[in-house]
Design a protein. Sequence first.
Length: 220
Amino acid sequence: MNVKSIIFDAYGTLFDVHSVVEKCEEFFPGKGRQISEIWRQKQLEYTWLRSLMGRYEDFWSVTNDSLVFALKSLQLDSDEEIRMSLLNQYLQLNPYPEVPDALEELKIRNLAILSNGSPDMLNTLVENAGLSHLFTAVISVDQLKIYKPFMGVYQLGVAQLGVNREDTLFITSNPWDASGAKTFGFQVAWINRFNNQFDELGVQPDIIIKSLDELKAKIR
């Protein structure tokens, strides 16, 4: 695999979205994992629905609305202070354990993030994780006011980095995102940490890995 630039998805790929579970447990004992799973599922659904309806709200708003839904669906009472405490966890999600060292090894290439996150969310998250120095660019869909997997979003990465799509490896843990990036023309690596099934969307990733540790051996 000949790769000159690498573009990463952020949420679920570099950062563990379910690292919010511990904070959820503080307020709602025994419900943390359930809250987190509903929260994440609705977060994704709302990006797709808002894109289709042409009713864009930034990812901070979408993440808030998804949290409100999760709490209501589980009939959990909360006030604004509790919701803001939980929402702010998205600014300090834990990177997966191998991520910092793997990025250090890969930084001889042009590294970037391309994410649904709003600019402030992404920059704060990356900075809090101590990873800012590793990326040439942190790119948000907010420039276009539409979410992945819209093809124009992937074009943002090409345009901002000044690279060719065929020389670029896009890495994500989300099968729908991998399918979008492959359809666009990127080389694609799917991180399948949890032995999930890839989506049936007529395309397949070029490589499948269980963690970023495996990536260096796959590319030249």
